[in-house]
Design a protein around this ligand. Structure first.
Ligand code: SF4
Ligand code: SF4
Length: 222
């Protein structure tokens, strides 16, 4: 079944597909483990779609905003289709939202947490390792990926995790951050980031205006 899901996901537009056993995320915080969301879950499927290089380098807030938000919608559709495919083959599946909505919000820190961390699930599924900018780095595409996760009652073995994609000597993402939100320890202070990351057009459209910590990362850019 794993091979069937893998092939189906690629045919539906996934750029990368990884699998892990649900126990691989036992170290997630209380309430954010797969079993907290789907008690019957045994396996995790993580799917990635890539952001074209041109979008990353454009510096244009409209271009970046449109395509990143569009990718989130595409990922939710992809996860939905994979869940249906799994259920048509006799198992149970639950797509987790690629981004909003979610419950956890700490207003003072402006700190939000999705239902589960797609980035950490992707590490467990062997798709890459975390960078100091807290984004997933993949060997193929660096951090030019957006992610979504599907939980299922199909059990999978967890692969060997990939390590070392963020060199100890590199601090480019930390140095470039205009809001000092980058801690250099694989964690971002969301409040200063949010205060700088978003803006509105004169007409009132919400736009991303900062993705410098992502664009500057040399991993996977060649
Ligand atoms: S998006 Fe911008 S403000 Fe936020 S952490 Fe990255 S560089 Fe800093
Ligand atoms: S810019 Fe350098 S330190 Fe930051 S995530 Fe990329 S490789 Fe790691």
């Amino acid at each position: 079944m794993k091979k069937k899901i893998y092939d189906y996901a690629l045919s539906k537009g996934a750029s990368l597909v990884g699998f892990a056993g649900v126990e691989a995320m036992d170290d997630a915080p209380d309430g954010f483990r797969p079993l907290d969301i789907m008690p019957a879950a045994k396996g995790i499927i993580v799917l990635a779609k890539i952001i074209p290089k041109g979008i990353m380098t454009s510096g244009n807030a409209v271009i970046y905003t449109l395509h990143v938000e569009h990718l989130m919608t595409q990922l939710d559709t992809l996860a939905y289709n994979i869940a249906l495919f799994i259920e048509q083959n006799g198992s149970l599946a639950m797509p987790i939202p690629a981004d909003d909505p979610y419950f956890h919000w700490e207003i003072d820190r402006q700190h939000g947490m999705g239902l589960l961390s797609h980035r950490h699930a992707a590490v467990k599924a062997g798709l890459g390792s975390l960078g100091k900018n807290a984004l997933l780095i993949t060997p193929q595409y660096g951090n030019r990926v957006q992610l979504v996760t599907v939980l299922t009652d199909i059990p999978f073995d967890s692969p060997q995790e990939i390590v070392g994609l963020c060199p100890t000597a590199c601090h480019r993402c930390v140095d470039v951050c205009p809001s000092k939100a980058q801690t250099g320890s694989y964690f971002i202070e969301q409040k200063p980031c949010r205060s700088h990351m978003f803006t509105k057009s004169d007409r009132g459209h919400s736009l991303y205006r900062c993705w410098q910590c992502r664009a500057i990362c040399p991993a996977g850019q060649s």
